[in-house]
Design a protein. Structure first.
Lengths: 273, 296
């Protein structure tokens, strides 16, 4: 142990003992990063109104509360439906855009790229009130269609960036080979290029799903009526009081996220054969 | 005698090539159209509305209000304060952690990276809620601190600036750590070996060789954090308890409570311009896609 303290820790010859503070600091930070989210899970099974930890008596009453409420169920349906449809729209549209920008050598490609990532740069509140106004004119306020369109716009930059960088790492001459052997462009894309960037495509699809599922600010303005999203209702409930039902919903949302993360990992791992 | 005579198809091929490129570019048109209709045109309309006064005619009153009214000035100051503090804290906490992770063996580093990615993927609302529960008066933090004897009475650490900063730093940290970690991983360790071979002590080697090489990543990450902070809404709205009012919150209340589109739009335009100016300045040092992908 003593010799470990004195042994060099990195190329700079700093010893482990000299930077013990770094290890302590890093471990504490990592605990603080994960713990707040994870601690909600046991708390959601507490029987008490006051979310204690560790719970004195366990129960699933907050889950019963959630699954028994028509309002929450309606919200969950809207959220899942919107997230799923956003994924289905944003992925092909985004991948097509990334492919178009990558292959066409027109001089205004850079400008087009900037336009693609504007949804990332414009403050969300501005997107929200802009969409709110536009949806009143288009008569699609408080509809799933409207939500899907807005969330697709928010997800597009992620899809374009993730699948665009996969295309950059892909050797385009393979597609050219397929085409010179007589495959039409679309066929070359679907049979040669797409299978090789499929992990990036799957990742961007999952990102699109989560972008929509977790989105609050835009949904606050353009969802409502018969179609409020889960996050919108959660946010409104948070502003009033600390309802333990939110803890059970949070746990379910953490579950959804974890499933997505594992899926992304599983698909990502296969990249290295 | 011209080249066209030697290569009779050249002109035709060139037009074909140009058409093909345009057709390919056309693949991006659905995405462009969506962004145009849902985002660009409505924001353009907000820009127009911001110049319309209460009497329905062109006026600068919405902008004058922001300079003249103390409450508006204070909101902008608060927004900057929160953004600067959050970014600074993220650097102080995130940089050492990224440094620590970058020197671990790969398998262990990936395990540690999960602790950064898990909150990154988790809903921001869920994380904000978690902090609300932890920091409240009867919450765990107060309970544990009192059990340990750190303080005697429950402290007010939420529904104020402290709570907002805790939540914001927790939410923003991954945005800083990931690009910095990426930059650190890309550094060739032989440079450090060379430095210490040439007699640099660890501190000198770190500050003159390692740190400068990580600045693009650090810069990109900090920038991302700062810009996200400027427009942040959910966390300050929940953890600030009405005491920390940021620009985006005022925009929302201007619409929801006062239905004052002019005032809301003008604030939004100022927020947008601030963001764009910062990005523009940054783009002189980094390319835009470097910023979005974190300095690579």
């Amino acid at each position: 142990m003593a010799s470990w303290f004195k042994s060099p820790a990195s190329e700079t010859q700093v010893t482990h003992g000299q930077r013990l503070w770094l290890y302590v600091f890093a471990v504490i930070t990592m605990i603080l990063l994960v713990l707040p989210t994870l601690i909600v899970i046991p708390m959601s099974f507490s029987d008490s109104q006051y979310l204690e930890f560790p719970p004195e008596t366990w129960s699933t009453r907050w889950y019963d509360n959630f699954f028994g409420s028509d309002e929450w169920m309606q919200a969950m349906r809207t959220s899942l439906q919107t997230a799923f449809l956003t994924m289905l729209v944003a992925t092909p549209v985004g991948v097509a855009a990334a492919y178009g920008l990558h292959t066409s050598n027109v001089p205004f490609v850079r400008m087009a790229f900037v336009m693609m990532i504007t949804p990332m740069m414009v403050p969300l509140v501005l997107v929200a009130i802009g969409a709110f106004y536009a949806y009143v004119q288009l008569n699609i306020l408080y509809t799933v269609t409207g939500l899907v369109l807005a969330h697709t716009v928010l997800a597009l930059p992620l899809v374009v960036i993730v699948s665009g960088s996969a295309l950059k790492g892909y050797d385009m001459s393979q597609e050219q080979a397929a085409r010179s052997l007589g495959a039409p462009r679309w066929k070359a894309f679907f049979t040669v290029t797409l299978p090789q960037i499929r992990f990036a495509v799957v990742t961007s699809a999952l990102l699109a799903f989560l972008t929509s599922f977790d989105e609050v600010v835009v949904a606050m303005f353009i969802s409502g009526g018969d179609n409020p999203t889960l996050t919108r209702n959660m946010f409104n409930a948070l502003r009033d009081q600390i309802d333990p039902t939110i803890a059970s919903i949070s746990t379910l949302m953490i579950f959804v996220t974890t499933v997505m993360m594992v899926l992304a990992q599983v698909f990502g791992q296969q990249r290295k054969p | 005698m011209t080249t066209t005579a030697l290569r009779p198809n050249e002109a035709g091929l060139r037009t074909d090539g140009r058409l093909e490129r345009l057709r390919l570019f056309g693949l991006s048109s659905p995405a462009m159209l969506l962004i145009l209709v849902i985002l660009v045109i409505p924001v353009g309309w907000l820009f127009y509305v911001s110049f319309i006064g209460a009497n329905g005619e062109f006026s600068l009153e919405n902008y004058e209000r922001m300079i003249k009214r103390k409450s508006y000035v204070r909101i902008f100051i608060t927004t900057f304060q929160v953004s600067v503090l959050t970014t600074g804290l993220c650097i102080l906490i995130g940089y050492p952690l990224a440094y620590f992770m970058s020197q671990l063996p790969n398998r262990l580093a990936n395990l540690c990276l999960i602790t950064v990615l898990l909150p990154f993927w988790t809903s921001l609302l869920v994380r904000t809620y978690a902090w609300l529960v932890l920091l409240q008066k009867q919450g765990l933090v107060n309970q544990w601190a009192m059990n340990l004897g750190l303080w005697d009475e429950p402290l007010k650490i939420v529904h104020n600036m402290t709570g907002t900063l805790i939540g914001m730093v927790h939410i923003m940290l991954p945005f800083l750590i990931l690009p910095v970690y990426g930059a650190m991983k890309a550094i060739d360790r032989d440079y450090l070996k060379a430095a210490s071979n040439l007699g640099a002590n660890p501190r000198t080697a770190f500050w003159t060789v390692f740190f400068p090489l990580t600045t693009p990543g650090l810069f990109a990450g900090s920038l991302m954090v700062f810009i996200l902070c400027l427009g942040f809404f959910v966390t300050p709205a929940v953890l600030g308890g009405g005491k920390v009012i940021m620009v985006s919150m005022k925009i929302v209340s201007n619409i929801e409570l006062f239905v004052n589109w002019g005032a809301a739009s003008a604030m939004g335009v100022v927020l947008l311009i601030m963001t764009l100016v910062i990005l523009w300045i940054a783009s002189r040092f980094l390319r835009l896609d470097q910023i979005t992908s974190g300095g690579h």
